[in-house]
Design a protein around this ligand. Structure first.
Ligand code: SF4
Ligand code: SF4
Length: 199
């Protein structure tokens, strides 16, 4: 006959006196530990739309696409493995953060298990090419401080956000001939190069 080990015996007696270690969820609400890795959430105010989280997500649970002058980011918790890479690699460190929410089982459509946010894009004043989201450029501009004056495109975006300059090409269509004077507009790298060598 096999006798139970002492450690198991001790655990059994403790459980008999103190009750089981496990929580009573779902009959009672369960509060997870402080550092529990639950469902990530986008914080729209702090996200700049850079897409770093999309690139590091091993489960491809975050999608990103550009439509016209909008960048759309979609987080799908039906695909998420709660690894925390998105939070750890977020440019602003608080654009996407893991919550402690874990009770997300659902009988609904998978398509509904998503969070979507939109970011306005800056388009090249000349060719309409996507440069980056406004919020991302403003975030970089603030990091640059006085060095901002060395980059005309960035400076222009900064001024436009404060209402000190007008948007040159809101439709994203080609707005005319290239010349050197256009170097002060908001241009993509290819148009900037062309403007630098134009007469
Ligand atoms: S927690 Fe991991 S799997 Fe889930 S969205 Fe973030 S990076 Fe992707
Ligand atoms: S700011 Fe953070 S949450 Fe937003 S797209 Fe970049 S990495 Fe993702």
């Amino acid at each position: 006959m096999k006798y139970p080990k002492l450690r198991e015996l001790k655990e059994a007696i403790t459980a008999l006196i103190k009750g089981p270690y496990t929580s009573n969820f779902p009959f009672e609400p369960h509060v997870p530990a402080e550092r529990f890795r639950g469902k990530p959430e986008f914080h729209e105010q702090d996200c700049v739309g850079c897409g770093a989280c999309v690139n590091v997500c091993p489960a491809r649970a975050i999608e990103m696409r550009d439509e016209g002058d909008a960048r759309i980011l979609v987080y799908r918790w039906d695909l998420c493995i709660f690894c925390g890479q998105c939070e750890a690699n977020c440019l602003t460190e608080k654009g996407i953060m893991l919550s402690r929410e874990f009770d997300i089982a659902s009988t609904g459509e998978r398509e509904e298990q998503r969070q979507e946010i939109r970011k306005k894009l800056v388009l090249c004043d000349c060719c309409g090419e996507v440069i980056a989201p406004y919020d991302q450029l403003l975030w970089v501009a603030k990091k640059f401080g006085p060095l901002l004056y060395s980059n005309t495109s960035l400076l222009n975006v900064f001024f436009r956000e404060r209402g000190l300059a007008e948007e040159e090409n809101p439709t994203g269509e080609d707005s005319g001939e290239m010349n050197r004077a256009r170097r002060v507009e908001v241009l993509c790298p290819a148009c900037k190069r062309e403007a630098a060598f134009a007469s």
